[in-house]
Design a binder for this molecule. Structure first.
Ligand SMILES: *Cc1c(COP(=O)(O)O)cnc(C)c1O
Length: 360
């Protein structure tokens, strides 16, 4: 026995694996492994960052009032029911830490976000993984897994890495059937890419036990800056705010996010580009005989015949300077998750896979 013993759960955490970002000896790498925006950061944020940098000697706002007001105006939510974090990852950490501990269960689904088990162990709680049905979240399986010890359900909708989502009716059913003692987190990292979807906003607005999380990392192109937010009942926000560090977001992060959220034209433009190139990529995969579900996100999950074929395709893409995400860790050894790029980038992916298929 060592003298120093970490808290329960910590040694069970497996370190998060990010997407690859470099290929030795290549400068023309196309990184499609982390669902980043092919157009780069929203330009309004670049200007805001440059201006805010002059204030770096000042401590940032601790209540995030200006950013919460901007989020409130743009998304039609009450600013005092919004909490901002270092990526939505931090908001997810607030909620798991605040509402679950040793002896408690947190439900997540089979192919859910790989960060969830990390957060659950950090809270010292027990992870309960429920099966999905053909790569789609199974609401009845979630409900069947609820016990007296269940505190939280973590739901990614649309899902990562599946790209699929449940219907509004299924989400309504989940919200209605879940006991109010169980907190439902709707992780909406890809909401802006799913046409007509509100990310669970209407449930977070009206239910005492629903929290919606959103991010600036995907459609706003600010993954490197680390900003996200959550929206839920005022009481829940107040609880989480107690464990939020007073200066968790820098002056630069706050300024960038405020400028970004007001640029609604950017969101429309990126969503339209994504929908167009996603359809093109899905069509090309189909022609190559590579299985792929309809995606509501900015990536597709390509499913090959088996793990060997997936590895072969990944090697061919890498040889062409294209990085995608192997998703064996998410339960898909036969899969590759490919971020949807712009027209040129999507063309590069399709060309590479065409050559690979021809050579095979
Ligand atoms: C990318 C992603 C996020 C966003 O995380 P940030 O901390 O905001 O960068 C959250 N959930 C899922 C499922 C994601 O794929």
């Amino acid at each position: 026995m060592t003298a120093l013993t970490p808290q329960p759960g910590i040694m069970e955490i497996e370190l998060y694996q990010g997407g690859k970002s470099a290929i030795a000896g290549r400068s023309d790498v196309l990184k499609l492994s982390s669902n980043e925006n092919p157009l780069g950061p929203v330009p309004a944020a670049l200007d805001a960052v440059a201006a805010a940098a002059r204030d770096m000697h000042r401590y940032p706002s601790t209540d995030h009032a200006a950013l919460r007001t901007a989020i409130g105006e743009v998304w039609g939510v009450e600013p005092d029911r919004v909490i901002c974090g270092v990526g939505s990852d931090e908001v997810l950490q607030f909620v798991t830490q605040a509402y679950a501990g040793p002896g408690d269960e947190i439900i997540h689904t089979e192919h859910g976000f790989s960060l969830y088990p990390v957060l659950i162990h950090m809270a010292g709680a027990t992870a309960v993984c429920v099966p999905e049905r053909e790569r789609v979240v199974d609401v009845d399986a979630i409900l069947a897994a609820v016990t007296d010890r269940t505190r939280i359900v973590l739901l990614t909708n649309p899902g990562n890495p599946t790209g699929t989502m449940i219907s509004d009716a299924e989400l309504d059913h989940l919200v209605d059937a879940l006991p109010e003692t169980v907190l439902l987190v709707i992780d909406g990292a890809y909401t802006e890419y799913a046409a007509g979807y509100d990310g669970g906003l209407r449930h977070a607005a009206t239910r005492p036990n629903v929290l919606m999380t959103r991010t600036f990392s995907k459609i706003y192109g600010l993954g490197g800056l680390r900003i996200g937010w959550g929206y839920g009942p005022k009481k829940m926000i107040e609880v989480m705010t107690r464990i939020r560090q007073p200066f968790n977001l820098s002056v630069v992060q706050l300024a960038a996010a405020e400028a970004a959220v007001r640029d609604t034209a950017w969101v429309e433009r990126c969503a339209a580009l994504n929908a167009e190139q996603r359809a093109r990529l899905v069509g090309a995969l189909g022609q190559l005989g590579i299985a792929c579900d309809a995606s509501e996100t900015n990536f597709v999950l390509a499913r090959f015949a088996d793990a060997t074929e997936a590895r072969s395709a990944e090697d061919a893409l890498t040889a062409d300077g294209i990085l995608v995400r192997a998703v064996a860790g998410y339960g898909f050894p036969e899969g590759l998750r490919i971020t949807v790029g712009d027209a040129d980038q999507t063309g590069r992916v399709i060309d590479s896979l065409n050559s690979w298929r021809t050579a095979a």
